[in-house]
Design a protein around this ligand. Structure first.
Ligand SMILES: Cc1cc2nc3c(=O)[nH]c(=O)nc-3n(C[C@H](O)[C@H](O)[C@H](O)COP(=O)(O)O)c2cc1C
Length: 290
C-alpha cells in the first residue's frame, strides 16, 4: 500500500479531470483508484442495445395488403409477392437506422389481381375514401423521426396512407418520404401527404425509385438514410469512442467518482499505476475538505 498526501492525490485527480480540488474528500482515508474503461464501455454498449428507438419506419406495400391467391401469375403481378417493393425498401431503412418497423395494413385487403386492385384503388380515390386500418402505431410519442414509405397509386398515395396520417398524428416530427413507382414518379403524393398532415415537418430530400429498380436499391437507400444522419453504424461508433476515453473510478469511503483523464504526462503516469489503493492524510490547511 502506498501512502500519499491528500494534496498530491487531489492535485493528480483534479488536474487530470479539471475538477475543483475541494471535490475530492480525503482525510486519513483509503482511496481506491482503478481504470473504469471496461465497465464504462460495457455500460455504454448495454444502454445502446436497451435504448428504445426514436425512429419509426412506417410503410404501405400492396404485398402486405393483398389476399394472396396461389393462382396469381407472378409475371403479370410481380408486386404482389412479399415483401413488395416498398416493403423491401423499408426493411433496408430499418437495418440502416435501427428504427422500428410498422406495416400499414387495411382491414379489408385488396385483390391480388392487378386489374382488380387497380379498379378498387381507383374507386377509393374517386370517393376520397379512408380505408380502415388494422391498427395504429403504439407509443407514437416516443418517435421523433418517421420514415414513411408508399407506392404511387393512381398518381398519388394509396388512400390508406391518408387514413394512417389522420389516425396517427405526426405533428412536430421529422418525416422523410420514400416511394416506389411505375413511370409516374412521385406525382401528387407529396402534396397529398402535406395536406393530410399539415403540422408535420416533411423533408424535401425524398428517396424514390422505379419499380423495377427497387430490388437492387439496397445501397442507394441505405446511403440516403445514412447521409441524412440516421445510420445506426455511425451512432454505435461514436458511442464506443466516447466510452473509450480514459476513465478512472475513484472510491473513497462509500463514494465513487468517475473522471476522464486528460492527455498529460501526469495523467499517463497515474493511469499506468492502476489499480491503486492509497492512504491519504491532510497535508496542509490549504487543501483540506472541511
Ligand atoms: C393500384 C395501383 C395503382 C398504381 N398506380 C400507379 C401510378 O399511377 N403511377 C405509377 O408510376 N405507378 C403506379 N403503380 C405502380 C406501383 O407504384 C409500383 O409498382 C410500386 O413499385 C409498387 O410498390 P409495392 O410493391 O410496394 O406495392 C400502381 C400500382 C398499383 C397496384
Amino acid at each position: 500500500m502506498e501512502k500519499m498526501y491528500a494534496a498530491c492525490l487531489t492535485l493528480a485527480v483534479a488536474v487530470s479531470a479539471g475538477m475543483p480540488a475541494q471535490n475530492v474528500q480525503a482525510s486519513e482515508e483509503l482511496v481506491g483508484i482503478q481504470a473504469a474503461l471496461e465497465s464504462q464501455a460495457e455500460e455504454a454498449a448495454e444502454q445502446n442495445t436497451e435504448a428504445q428507438s426514436d425512429i419509426l419506419i412506417a410503410y404501405f406495400t400492396w404485398a402486405e395488403n393483398a389476399v394472396i391467391d396461389e393462382t396469381v401469375d407472378a409475371v403479370t403481378s410481380p408486386s404482389v409477392t412479399e415483401p413488395g417493393n416498398v416493403g423491401q425498401l423499408a426493411g433496408w431503412v430499418q437495418e440502416e437506422t435501427g428504427g422500428d418497423l410498422f406495416s400499414i395494413k387495411v382491414t379489408d385487403p385488396y385483390p391480388a389481381d392487378w386489374d382488380a386492385c387497380l379498379e378498387r384503388a381507383n374507386e377509393e380515390r374517386g370517393n376520397n375514401a379512408r380505408p380502415e386500418l388494422e391498427e395504429n402505431v403504439s407509443g407514437l410519442e416516443q418517435y421523433e423521426t418517421v420514415f414513411l414509405g408508399y407506392p404511387n397509386w393512381w398518381y398519388g398515395v394509396p388512400m390508406a396512407l391518408l387514413s394512417f396520417l389522420e389516425d396517427n398524428d405526426l405533428s412536430g416530427k421529422d418525416v422523410y418520404l420514400f416511394c416506389s413507382h411505375g413511370t409516374g414518379g412521385l406525382a401528387n403524393s407529396v402534396e397529398q401527404i402535406a395536406e393530410a398532415s399539415p403540422e408535420t415537418v416533411i423533408s424535401d430530400n425524398i428517396f424514390d425509385c422505379y419499380e423495377e429498380d427497387a430490388s437492387s436499391s439496397e445501397d442507394a437507400i441505405r446511403s440516403w438514410a445514412s447521409d441524412l444522419g440516421y445510420s445506426r453504424q455511425k451512432e454505435t461508433e461514436s458511442d464506443v469512442s466516447t466510452a473509450e476515453q480514459r476513465q478512472i473510478s475513484v472510491q473513497f469511503g462509500e463514494n465513487t467518482a468517475v473522471y476522464i483523464l486528460n492527455d498529460g504526462s501526469a495523467a499517463d503516469s497515474l493511469y499506468e499505476m492502476l489499480p491503486l489503493t492509497v492512504e491519504v492524510e491532510d497535508y496542509s490547511n490549504n487543501e483540506k475538505n472541511d
